[in-house]
Write a protein that binds this ligand. Structure first.
Ligand code: HEM
Length: 458
């Protein structure tokens, strides 16, 4: 095993964590007013913490919280499989990703899902892995040179944005990466203005005021995206070389209009940027808390691929790393809550979901539910070694027809970036507090996540 002496500088004695940082859910009754006041800042503050002890809970108004694996599965993949995305989701991200795949319904959704599925197909993963490995090397070099305190949340975002840029635009798009990144930052800030007012059927003037203020961020990002498409249209590759070529092909064969192509491009960037980055940040945090596990992973990675690029074929040789990623997504699922609107009265598992009711899937609570998991608040990588869970119990990527199209992309990306970083650098806790998880549209750390990175000696 690589000993501590092989590091350039000694590892600081790990700060002892009595417990892992966790979200603060509502411990008192949440009425409609509470929703209105608190949800816009942090949805966790209005999700009853009883959702971690019970598998079904009736919320205020017409809200249901569902954590029963059978009911979840029936709703997402059975009788409720065609319930549409909730109106509140549409209100929040609609202006930015309008008719893109994430929000479209019915035949329009089916066409898009079918059109873009090949981009994410398993056969493309080896090529995607080579893009991710190139970014991983840059990430590892940055972290090794940092040799001290580093904001891993910010650094991981830089890396996943570089990946999106490589995969979408072959990495040589004329529009600067920084412009896309700044645009995305403003866009995600906009998303964080979400409110559940619409969900509750309450007056919407307050959130709408906020939206108007952040509308410019969206217009700017859409204009930037339009120019990315136009520049590529003027310099077409003969055969499609990246995602952008394929998006343009759909546009030029009249299967899509330019606004929908923009919607989809933004959908992929938005859905694939912060989610993966934050998972990487939480994964590094957990390893800083558990240095022995980190050393074990370091060894596994060195054995699977000593110094060469991390290849797609090497990923199955790293079962501990894969289990670590899955346990990270259990404890800190980026898609910590999603929702559907019931369109017909449906009875499932003894619960009547009436037409118009809002069905919440609080994935964070489902993954930590005391009725479903042993010691749910504890990090135990072993949970995902040679064990299968009941369908509906673990679903970081959702389930049913609307399951995340980027799930394999994300798992591969996260494993490759973690493997390249952990091969060269050891992470430990710093004196800075670890930020709590905050939930707006996706779950993210509520502030910088500062860890100490220490490079291994060659
Ligand atoms: C750790 C990373 C990720 C997590 C935790 C995650 C989570 C999710 C979840 C929970 C859903 C289902 C939402 C629902 O049913 O309402 C979803 C849908 C989706 N995700 Fe992801 N995602 C991740 C990465 C990605 C990536 C990398 C991409 C693309 C590059 C992506 C693209 C999408 C799209 C397009 C949908 C909508 C699919 C549809 O409605 O047919 N996601 N994601």
């Amino acid at each position: 095993m690589q000993s501590d002496q092989e590091l350039k500088t000694p590892i600081a004695t790990p700060v002892q964590q009595s417990s892992l940082v966790s979200a603060r859910l509502a411990t008192t009754d949440v009425g409609l007013l509470d929703f209105a006041q608190k949800a816009g800042k942090n949805i966790f503050s209005v999700i009853p913490d009883a959702t971690m002890r019970q598998t079904y809970l009736r919320g205020p108004g017409n809200i249901h919280y569902v954590c029963d694996p059978d009911v979840v599965t029936e709703l997402l993949a059975g009788a409720g499989r065609s319930f549409p995305k909730s109106q509140f989701t549409r209100n929040v991200i609609g202006p930015a990703v309008g008719n893109g795949m994430i929000l479209s319904e019915g035949e329009k959704w089916r066409e898009q899902r079918h059109r873009y599925a090949p981009l994410f197909a398993a056969r493309n993963l080896p090529v995607l892995t080579s893009h991710f490995a190139a970014t991983g090397e840059e990430l590892a070099t940055f972290l090794a040179n940092a040799n001290g305190e580093v904001d891993v949340a910010d650094t991981a975002q830089e890396a996943t944005l570089a990946n999106i840029s490589r995969v979408m635009f072959s990495g040589n798009q004329a529009v600067a990466k920084r412009d896309v990144r700044d645009g995305m930052r403003r866009f995600t800030d906009y998303i964080s203005y979400m409110s559940l007012f619409d969900l509750m059927g309450l007056p919407t003037w307050l959130p709408r005021l906020k939206w108007l203020r952040s509308k410019k961020a969206i217009t700017d990002l859409r204009n930037l995206t339009r120019s990315v498409i136009q520049i590529r249209q003027a310099q077409r590759h003969e055969k499609p070389e990246d995602f952008l070529d394929l998006l343009i092909e759909a546009l030029e064969t009249d299967k899509e209009d330019i606004e929908t192509t923009i919607d989809n491009l933004l959908t992929f960037v938005a859905a694939g940027y912060e989610t993966s980055a934050n998972t990487i940040a939480w994964a590094l945090y957990l390893l800083a808390v558990y240095p022995e596990t980190q050393k074990k992973l370091h060894l596994e990675i060195k054995e699977a691929c000593a110094d060469g690029p991390i290849s797609f074929e090497s990923l199955p040789l790293m079962p501990f790393l894969q289990a670590h990623v899955r346990e990270t997504l259990r404890l800190y699922p980026a898609g910590a809550l999603f929702a559907r609107d019931a369109t017909v009265d449906t009875e499932i598992g003894g619960v009547l979901f009436k037409k118009g009711d809002v069905i919440m899937f609080p994935v964070y609570s489902l993954h930590r539910n005391e009725m479903l998991w042993e010691k749910p608040q504890e990090y135990q990588l072993e949970r995902f070694l040679d064990r299968k869970y009941k369908r509906g119990q673990y679903m970081p990527f959702g389930d049913g027809p609307r399951i995340c199209i980027g799930a394999q992309y994300a798992e591969t990306e996260i494993m490759v970036l973690l493997a390249t970083a952990l091969r060269r650098v050891f992470f430990s806790l710093s004196s800075h507090p670890i930020p709590e998880p905050n939930l707006t549209f996706t779950m993210r750390p509520s502030g910088p996540m500062i860890l100490i990175s220490t490079p291994y000696l060659k």
